[in-house]
Design a protein around this ligand. Structure first.
Ligand SMILES: [Zn+2]
Length: 286
């Protein structure tokens, strides 16, 4: 699939009949907002963010933002997985929100994927987010194609560990987008209600989450860092959406023999750590 078609799937805003961005190049940044400690053991509902303001904080007003985070429960009224695809506001352009969110369908426990702007306004997200920001310019990117998984690690972990092996102590962060072109992947969606009893370990969290197997084609929004230089970073976080009603948080593919990936990535020039939790823990990072 050529890059043009991938961009079409990613950045064409049907409501506005406009391109959100022509690419993922120019002044690239990774931003990590908040963290899992604002979700677990219990939610901290004060932790909401405005991505137009975040774009200014990372010195890139008008940034084109992709990534993975928790949905803006303060506007939605429930918890969800969030797939930000946002052209933030600048002097020259009004902001456009092309994001998706996935929630657990209250009727049948299935996946319910919606385009955020179809019913909701604003540019929020909440609790935690891993973002890749750029000027949204066309330009040179790193193309990665992979098929037939032979090891245990997922696509993103393979790239992250390869980079860590090469660069060692020097942290390198990347973002962009990849397609699962063939096969199926294991995903999760957080329940619409935050847990009222504390979730204190991975086992508690896994009982709380809803797990799914989702089918290609899936558009994924990865952000990853080869190693943590001491900012309590989430090393990798990938959310995905589709045009057939499926979306959520990517774990790994479940069809090693038939899976096919096609991705476009860029390293980030800067990393911004925003609202880092003072008290932290290590569970709920899968
Ligand atoms: Zn997630």
């Amino acid at each position: 699939m050529p890059f043009g078609e991938l961009q079409l799937r990613l950045g064409w805003d049907t409501a506005m009949s406009t391109w959100l961005a022509a690419g993922i190049c120019g002044k690239t940044r990774i931003a990590e907002l908040g963290g899992v400690p604002y979700l677990l053991p219990l939610v901290n509902k004060k932790k909401v963010y405005d991505l137009n303001k975040i774009a200014k904080e990372i010195k890139l007003p008008g940034a084109f933002i992709l990534g993975a985070g928790a949905g803006p429960f303060h506007t939605l009224g429930f918890n969800s997985e969030f797939m930000p695809v946002i052209q933030t506001e600048s002097e020259h352009k009004a902001p456009v929100n092309g994001s998706y969110f996935a929630r657990v369908n209250p009727a049948d426990g299935g996946c319910q994927l919606e385009k955020y702007s179809s019913k909701y306004r604003g540019f929020g997200c909440a609790l935690l987010a891993n973002l890749f920001a750029s000027e949204g310019q066309p330009g040179k990117v790193i193309e990665v194609k992979a098929k037939r998984r032979t090891g245990e690690l997922n696509f993103v972990t393979c790239m992250r560990q390869t980079i860590e092996n090469h660069y060692g102590d020097k942290p390198v962060g990347m973002g962009g987008t990849f397609l699962v072109q063939k096969g199926k992947v294991k995903t999760h969606i957080m329940p619409a209600e935050f847990s009222s009893c504390p979730l204190n370990c991975d086992e508690d969290v896994n009982k709380w989450l809803h797990f799914y197997e989702m089918t290609a084609p899936l558009v994924c929004l990865p952000v990853f860092v080869s190693r943590d230089p001491g900012f309590d970073l989430r090393l990798e976080h990938t959310h995905l959406f589709s045009h057939h009603g499926e979306g959520g948080h990517y774990h790994y593919d479940t069809t090693p023999d038939s899976v096919e990936y096609l991705g476009y990535f860029l390293p980030a020039e800067f990393l911004y750590r925003i609202d880092q939790p003072k008290e932290t823990h290590s569970f709920g990072r899968d």
